[in-house]
Design a protein around this ligand. Structure first.
Ligand code: HEC
Length: 171
């Protein structure tokens, strides 16, 4: 009986040793894992820093945009107060008829994007790209299909002057 107990004890001890070695390995594994986690954490930090910088620029950009929006909105308001209505801000018949409903009388943007403050080259490229379908937008594509390239150029030139015009008109 004693022999049997001794044998079982030895077996248990052996198993325990093996188990402990195993645990050691596990601990090593854990160590490695935590090292790995730490290194990714650094990567994470790097990524975080990058995203942070990015969002900081983005915030700045949005702020500038908001400031510009506010500026345009204030000037439109001033124009309304001064002239009684926006009729003082004259635009071509083509713009009034075909574009103002979505982009606003002053290009301030309603359903369509804000156009005021954008330069001629940017506007013309956008219009050409909409017309050719390179830049996909069904509304603009459908609208510009009937217009000649010369008209696109005229529109781009005209819209590019909106900002200066508004500045002048709201003084
Ligand atoms: C039915 C509404 C609607 C009308 C009318 C309309 N647009 Fe647009 N326009 C849009 C929408 C919506 C967008 C945004 C499309 C996009 O960004 O993909 C847009 C985008 C644009 C852009 C690009 C702006 C940018 O920031 O990249 C320009 C330029 C433009 N329109 C000019 C015009 C001109 C010029 C006319 C008149 C011939 C006109 N639009 C008429 C709805 C309209």
């Amino acid at each position: 009986m004693r022999h049997i107990i001794a044998a079982i004890a030895t077996l248990l001890a052996g198993w325990a040793t093996i188990y402990m070695i195993g645990l050691d390995k596990e601990v090593n594994k854990l160590d490695n894992i935590s090292k790995l986690i730490k290194s990714t954490a650094m990567e994470d930090k790097k990524i975080k820093v990058q995203t942070h910088t990015k969002s900081a620029t983005q915030t700045k950009k949005t702020e500038t945009n908001n400031q510009q929006d506010d500026e345009v909105a204030n000037k439109i308001k001033a124009l309304k107060e001064k002239a009684g209505n926006l009729a003082a801000f004259k635009t071509s018949t083509l713009y009034k008829k075909s574009c103002a409903s979505c982009h606003g009388n002053v290009g301030e943007g309603i359903i369509g994007s804000k156009l005021i403050g954008k330069d001629k080259e940017y506007l013309l490229t956008a219009l050409k790209d909409f017309k050719s379908g390179k830049r996909k937008n069904y509304v603009m594509y459908g609208l510009l299909g009937n217009l000649e390239d010369k008209q696109l150029e005229e529109l781009a030139s005209e819209i590019a002057t909106f900002k200066a015009k508004l500045d002048k008109a709201s003084k």
